[in-house]
Design a protein. Sequence first.
Length: 281
Amino acid sequence: MPAQFYVTVSAMEARILCSVPILTLNVRPHLERLLPVLRTVCDDVFIVDGNSTDGTVEYAQSLGVRVERQSADAALNRRITDFTEARLHSWGLARHDWIFIIDADEVPTPELLATVQQIVGANNPKVAARFRRLAQLPNGEVVKHAVCYPEQTMIRLFHRGAGITLTPNRKVHERFVVPPSVQVAKHSEAFVHAWPTPPIFRQKLAHYASMEYDGWQGKGIYDRLRWVVWYNLTSVVGQCVRAVRAFIVGHVRREAVLPWAYTWPLIAYRFRAMAQGLRRP
């Protein structure tokens, strides 16, 4: 990770009084980038682990980071089968009312952490925040233009007293339920998200596609046409437009563009998800 993405507590006014739950399973290399950044900046950083066997738990404990379990199941290497359930469980383990959501394979920039500090310091429960996420390729290059940009779909910072929760029965691609009284702001500061190699990336997308429509039993034909067929088809059109725009703008500006080896699986994902959804009983 480039040095400019690291920040020390000396650069901050004080520890941010927020909780940072991190869902983990065999991600020690990612935690070796992330935890040194977070543990001295945020007051309550903890991992919620699926019984990893690669030293994830031991590494977190060596830094004094709290370790919690995703479930009472003692099976090793327990993969998450319901991300909504796992998120809600992790929020329930927080020691502060402000929840800062970050994945193990992300690193927040100093500018993002400064914004989090400002929002938490103001302590307005009726404010929530989204941030950008920039892809970092295995060679260390940070992508500036991609088919999936701007990626600000998920709320990353909120106050538990605001009544924000997640839509039930969505096992992947969690969807937030936000009371009308809460203002959700989009911020330009970014996470840097480490992407795997293209073959592993395709495997992850295939797994998510198979999870996307679990819990659809009993849904009517209208819901299927709207969310399985129409939603996916319109998403593909939008992705194609963004892919072309990213290619043109990136090459004109001579900035990094997401390679085709990642772009085409993202577009194909929607067709795979549609096929999986139509096969659900």
